[in-house]
Design a protein. Structure first.
Length: 156
């Protein structure tokens, strides 16, 4: 059997592994706020983009509709956000952060700063900065990727 795939060389596998490791650290730090790091990011984007349709928030976070819904549900149940019909387009839904959500976010933000410090301590200042830059570059270049020609994955 000829084997060409190597998990050691696969960009996707290594990015996912790094993301899971970082997520564990950040979630551990922000946990006492009642939020996960994914929820902290979602609230941050919602605060920075008030009155934006939920689909736009998902796009800014790189989340599909289903994943966005899974992340919004506990925030809605915890009364940290409210969902309303759009003012300019009644077909859209906008996310508003409630006072409860703002309080949890403020607590999580202080804890996030400690997580950032821990990440830098573990990875190193220079490599942390490089990793952040590379992550931003990769996300922006791949966020709307389609196969060349717009077709399906070619058969082998």
């Amino acid at each position: 059997m000829t084997r060409t795939f190597s998990h050691k060389l696969c960009h996707c596998t290594n990015l996912r592994r790094a993301a899971r490791a970082a997520t564990r650290i950040y979630d551990e730090y922000v946990r006492t706020s009642g939020l996960s790091i994914a929820q902290v990011a979602l609230i941050s984007v919602a605060l920075d983009n008030p009155e934006s349709p939920s689909g736009e928030l998902g796009r800014l976070l790189g989340l599909d509709k289903s994943t966005l819904g899974r992340n919004l549900r506990p925030l809605l149940e915890g009364q940290m956000i409210s969902i309303a019909r759009g003012t300019s387009d009644r077909r859209t839904r906008t996310i508003r952060v409630t006072d409860t959500g703002i309080k949890a976010f403020e607590k999580a933000s202080a804890l996030w700063e400690r997580a950032e410090d821990e990440f830098v301590r573990l990875v190193g200042a220079e490599r942390s900065a490089v990793a952040n830059g590379v992550s931003i570059h990769v996300a922006s270049n791949l966020s709307n990727h389609t196969l060349a020609g717009g077709g399906d994955v070619p058969d082998i």
